[in-house]
Design a protein around this ligand. Structure first.
Ligand code: 13P
Length: 250
């Protein structure tokens, strides 16, 4: 059985005191739960070290939302993999659609970041997903296939055992429009088959593929019960203790 993983992508929300408050509350609530789901919180860079400290001794992991592909140097405003490791980060979200569309990250840039994260011992949550226009033009599989192939280009099967893929249809992110469980399952199955063709059945069967895009307590159970959906990458609903914990318990 594959493990289930629920990650909260806080995006550009929460200062330091907000982080301490939210993470402490999540920690307390999850303490009472017997859920076996792996939980990751991804606050902004400025809160990472504090998040790690507050979560010490728990099984909740901390992830960053982005990083640069170079080790160090003259890249004003950027954060390296080593910096993330040094504050105790275990995961990093890469290729999020907001990075692709607002900040112009291409498949090549994302590929360099995925390689750097893996070689630095960080576990990437690698995001893919089509826009509404692409879905309406029946291009979903083509787009997702090229994002997966390009994003993972030149990476060996062995290195990929630590990677999570997040399927996030762009039209479902922050819009309140969720993909139906059937729509999401179809793409998850497509990604799993693609990984099996590109690598092996073994990797494909063990690969965690999360769904992201307007996951809420009232749709999480149905989404997560699909055979190829192994948990979620949660935006808005990860900023409130009740909704995040309820999604984890789904
Ligand atoms: P929402 O859950 O707010 O739609 O965001 C999804 C997302 O982008 C997670 O990375």
């Amino acid at each position: 059985m594959r493990r289930k993983v629920v990650a909260g992508n806080w995006k550009m929300n929460m200062n330091l005191s907000g982080t301490i408050e939210l993470i402490s509350a999540i920690k307390n609530e999850l303490n009472k739960s017997d859920s076996k789901t792996e939980v990751i919180v991804c606050p902004p860079f400025t809160s990472l070290e504090t998040a790690v400290t507050v979560l010490k001794g728990t099984s909740i992991k901390v992830g960053a939302q982005n990083m640069h592909y170079e080790s160090d140097g003259a890249f004003t405003g950027e954060i390296s993999a080593d910096m993330l490791k040094s504050v105790g980060c275990e995961y990093v979200i890469l290729g999020h659609s907001e990075r692709r569309t607002i900040f112009g990250e291409t498949d090549d840039i994302i590929n360099m970041k995925v390689k750097k994260a893996l070689s630095s011992g960080l576990k990437p949550i690698f995001c893919v997903g089509e826009t509404l226009e692409e879905r309406e033009s029946n291009l979903t599989e083509k787009v997702v296939e090229s994002q997966v192939k390009n994003g993972l280009s030149g990476i060996s099967e062995h290195e990929l055992s630590d990677l999570i893929i997040a399927y996030e249809p762009v039209w479902a992110i922050g819009t309140g429009k969720t993909a139906s469980p059937e729509q999401a399952q179809e793409v998850h199955k497509f990604i799993r088959n693609l990984i099996s063709k590109l690598y092996s059945d073994n990797l494909s069967e063990n690969l965690v593929i999360q769904y992201g895009g307007s996951v809420k307590p009232d749709n999480a159970v149905e989404l997560f019960s699909q055979p190829d959906i192994d948990g979620g990458l949660i935006g808005g609903a990860s900023l409130k203790t009740d909704s995040f914990v309820s999604i984890v318990n789904s």
